[in-house]
Ligand binder design. Structure first.
Ligand SMILES: Nc1ncnc2c1ncn2[C@@H]1O[C@H](COP(=O)(O)OP(=O)(O)OP(=O)(O)O)[C@@H](O)[C@H]1O
Ligand SMILES: [Mg+2]
Length: 309
């Protein structure tokens, strides 16, 4: 999952995971930056390096598990060293900050440790679907490019082997796709288009459908005179309410028109299927809101694949 900061990458990661689980696919969400709102969306406490179950499957809805973990490059390095018989020195190496020294000499090393770990999870069949909540904006491209950059600087040894494996995963469009997230506003749309082209050109990674998050749901009767509509519905308005209603309707119409324009621009610029997720009028996304978003996502996928919702 990639996109400009704040457009809803974490929310859409959670939504996709829950939607997959509702379809019977066990799902693992991998976070690479701590302190996102992810666990709260499942009413769960803080996440750590080890896996946690965010929503347990096997209930009456037939859903599969959603699990999650936060990966750090230090944690991945520790694990790598331990798996390679170097557990005695590994802790000291990591706590001494040696990784930071190496990372300065070979940029991308931290990214490759994270992606290497994701590749290992994928190979081990850790879940039917692994959702990686990628770092924001520009960093997503360097992050995904790290494998290729390292292959240029490190030509032999375990890092080279790791980078090769990661590249093989990233370039295999059946195993790995980037889902870009954007919102229907001018700058985020421009950035999504640029990122899409950069990812294809510079990383060689496949693009899945693009998610347009935060689309205002359609409200019936906005076009008509809202005061008359209220009257027709038998709702009696108090003094001043007719004017407020008319202003609110005009505001919503203009916002919707702006969004429609941006969605259209995105459609013209990027030949990717679009998945639109509604803007939810809430301050916090918790389990009920996530459920609504997951159902909306599934309906969009059904519509794209021509299935009845
Ligand atoms: N469809 C939506 N409806 C209403 N609010 C939303 C929706 N999607 C996301 N939000 C809210 O927008 C804010 C940003 O969302 P989120 O944290 O998912 O974005 P992000 O792209 O992961 O951000 P960052 O770049 O900081 O990681 C959050 O407060 C979230 O609750
Ligand atoms: Mg986030």
């Amino acid at each position: 999952m990639a996109g400009k900061g704040g457009v809803g990458k974490t929310t859409v990661s959670a939504t996709l995971a829950r939607a997959a689980a509702l379809s019977g696919l066990s799902t693992l969400i991998v976070e690479v930056e701590g302190k996102t709102g992810l666990p709260g969306m499942f009413a769960h406490g803080e996440l750590g390096y080890d896996e946690a179950v965010l929503s347990a499957g096997g209930g009456p809805d037939g859903a599969a598990d959603v699990r999650a973990r936060t990966l750090t490059s230090d944690g991945a390095l520790l694990e790598y060293l331990q798996d390679h018989g170097l557990s005695r020195i590994s802790r000291r190496l990591v706590s001494s900050g040696a990784l930071d020294v190496v990372a300065t000499a070979a940029p991308g090393i931290k990214d490759i440790l994270l992606l290497g770990k994701v590749k290992q999870l994928e190979r081990a069949g850790a879940a039917d679907l692994i959702v990686l909540d990628a770092p924001a904006a520009g960093h997503a491209i360097t992050f995904l490019q790290s494998a290729r950059s390292l292959l240029d600087t490190v030509s032999v040894g375990p890092i080279n082997a790791q980078a090769r494996d990661v590249l093989e995963l990233l370039e295999d469009h059946r195993r790995c796709q980037v889902v870009l997230v954007t919102i229907p506003e001018e700058t985020p749309v421009n950035e999504a288009v640029e990122t899409a082209f950069s990812l294809e050109d510079r990383v060689g990674i496949g693009l899945g459908p693009i998610v347009v998050n935060g689309v205002y749901p359609t409200v019936a009767g906005l076009g008509a005179d809202p005061a008359a509509a209220a009257d027709a519905a038998g709702v009696s308005l108090r003094p001043g309410e007719a004017g407020a209603l008319t202003a609110a309707a005009a505001f919503r119409r203009s916002r919707t028109a702006l969004q429609d324009e941006q969605v259209g621009r995105l459609e013209a610029a990027l030949p990717l299927p679009q998945i639109r997720l509604p803007f939810l009028f809430t301050t916090d996304i918790g389990p009920p809101e996530l459920e609504a978003l997951a159902r909306a996502l599934l309906a969009e996928i059904d519509a794209l694949s021509g299935l009845p919702a």
